[in-house]
Design a protein around this ligand. Structure first.
Ligand SMILES: Cc1ncc(COP(=O)(O)O)c(C=O)c1O
Ligand SMILES: [Zn+2]
Length: 388
């Protein structure tokens, strides 16, 4: 167990690790898990990884569970990094890769966060979990809670894709559909959690989902043989994955695995809900709530992200940027990626392609660079979004 403490991402206040925590008790911002990385690096070596399990728990020393018996796993992570050579030659970019997160349990990268959060909940004796969700986090929580024998209480907007609602019901969760957005669902969890005895596992409102998601950064480094790509394009809602990967790069540097070079981090949002893009363009560190949010890419329908400053800091420090694409562009891109590469992307993942094209057209991504698009989920969950 290498966890030393939890640290507020905004004010730096230390919090105790081995007890239930949500946000910083001083400033209300997200908490990040800190490790004794010198100790972790003694057994977690590049060589040691070769014989380890083919899921994200291969990075055991930098994950926050002390007793192995508390790990709740469905085989998440270590997803393929596919060289998109046909699509790459169509758009003039030989070094184009897709990290296919649709191959996770419950068909999205949300499984990574939930394996960590539910495992820690088990370690800290929680029995009831609650989450507001745009859909995929709900499906993942329902599955991991079932696997752990816990209750899952899930709040989703009424227009969440049907597959997400059905998968939650079929894995035994308590599902409430609400008129409104994910922020309204979050407020409902906030109102009821104390009386109901629920642990709130909302994005970034507990410290562990980010730890599961950061393994995408470890995997990229390992799969590229410890050379990070030039650019990472990531569909951003709450931003857990982007913040997590940025954290992973810092940890790997501290362990001596990589140097100082970082990929340029690019946030993609839907034009109908682009609070981070707007704040980035206006030179702000905190994003205003986006009014009248709408997009068929339900995971991007997040009008206000509590970790906005952590996302924007990573974009700026990395020399990256934030790009908005229309729903028409992202739906068209699903077919373009699908027919060139055989990957049926979630609309959120597909949104990376039009964003990349804009960056190439503007000259900020060059044809000799290595670029990774994150397909964060499977298109199979979004049948309503596609007309045949
Ligand atoms: C498929 C998909 N992609 C991207 C996102 C946004 O993820 P994050 O909250 O890590 O920014 C979500 C969130 O629901 C999602 O379901
Ligand atoms: Zn704080």
């Amino acid at each position: 167990m290498n966890v030393t403490h939890l640290e507020c991402g905004a004010c730096g206040l230390r919090h105790e690790a081995q007890r239930l925590q949500n946000l910083c008790t001083q400033c209300g911002k997200p908490l990040l898990v800190r490790y004794d990385l010198e100790n972790a690096a003694r057994s977690l070596t590049k060589d040691a990884l070769k014989g380890r399990r083919a899921d994200l728990w291969r990075y055991r020393e930098v994950l926050p569970v002390s007793d192995d018996r508390n790990i709740v796993s469905l085989g998440e992570g270590f997803t393929p990094l596919l060289h998109a050579s046909r699509l790459g030659s169509q758009i003039g970019l030989h070094g184009l890769y897709i990290k296919d997160e649709g191959q996770n349990p419950t068909q999205s990268f949300k499984a990574r966060g939930m394996t960590a959060a539910v495992s820690m909940a088990k370690e800290l004796s929680v029995t009831k979990l609650a989450v507001p969700s745009a859909g995929n986090a709900a499906g993942a929580l329902a599955a991991y809670a079932a696997c752990a024998g816990m209750e899952a209480h899930i709040f989703m907007p009424r227009d969440t894709p049907r597959a997400n609602v059905i998968e939650c019901e079929q894995t035994g969760a308590h599902v409430t559909l609400m008129d409104g957005l994910i922020t309204d669902c979050g407020a409902e969890v906030g109102r009821r959690k104390a009386a109901e005895g629920w642990f709130d596992v909302s994005t970034l409102k507990e410290p562990y989902r980010i730890e599961g998601k950061k393994t995408m950064g470890y995997e990229l480094a390992e799969q590229f043989n410890w050379q990070l790509p030039d650019v990472i394009i990531y569909p951003t809602g709450g931003g857990t994955g982007l913040i997590g990967m940025w954290k992973a790069f810092a940890e790997m540097e501290e362990m001596g695995w990589i140097g100082r070079k970082r990929p340029r981090m690019v946030t993609v949002q839907a034009a109908g809900c682009a609070p981070i893009v707007r704040a980035f363009e206006e030179g702000k560190r905190f994003a205003d709530e986006f009014q009248n949010a709408h997009t068929t890419a339900s995971g991007l329908r997040v009008p206000k992200a509590i970790g906005d400053f952590l996302i924007i800091d990573a974009l700026r420090e990395s020399g990256g940027t934030a790009v908005a694409v229309t729903d028409e562009e992202l739906i068209d891109a699903t077919k373009e990626i699908g027919s060139a590469e055989g990957i049926f992307c979630a609309p959120e993942g597909a949104a990376c392609l039009p964003a990349l094209k804009k960056l190439m057209a503007g000259g900020s991504v060059k044809s000799n660079e290595t670029v990774v698009l994150f397909n964060t989920g499977s298109g199979v969950k979004y049948l309503e979004s596609f007309s045949s």
